[in-house]
Design a protein. Structure first.
Length: 138
């Protein structure tokens, strides 16, 4: 079972949430590249997304579909959130860039709420995979 198949086998709301997450963590940061004052923020968010994607894919192959898959988001997006907040508080962004960054920030924060919860549940002992990759454990 691929990671995509495992995600598709999850609750129905996940099929709605994932495109929203992709929009907020990839598409909106691409827009941030337009304005010089928000370019670093856009690059950081895109890098965080790519690092998360590769780390989650690798972890899935090793561990299966476990709650710990949220860890890369926690590690890579938490600094992005802190940077976004500092840029927004500076007041130096063009209006549309600030709106774009705010929308991205909200979506990332919602994702991180799930990710922090999932990682905590894993650390506290909830380690049973909800979906298992092909060949895992054989």
């Amino acid at each position: 079972m691929t990671l995509e198949e495992a995600m598709a086998a999850q609750q129905g709301w996940l099929s709605i949430w994932l495109p929203i997450l992709m929009f907020g963590s990839f598409a909106l940061p691409l827009l941030l590249l337009i304005w010089k004052p928000s370019r670093i923020a856009g690059v950081l968010a895109i890098i965080a997304g790519l690092l998360s994607f590769f780390a989650i894919t690798w972890m899935y192959e090793k561990l299966g579909y476990v709650k710990l898959l949220g860890l890369p988001h926690v590690l890579f997006y938490t600094p992005v959130v802190i940077y976004f907040i500092s840029r927004l508080r500076s007041g130096s962004l063009p209006k549309f860039a600030a709106w774009t960054m705010s929308a991205s920030l909200i979506i990332i924060l919602i994702s991180l709420a799930f990710d922090y919860t999932d990682v905590a549940r894993y650390v506290l002992g909830e380690r049973t995979p909800t979906a298992v990759p092909a060949g895992f454990g054989t």
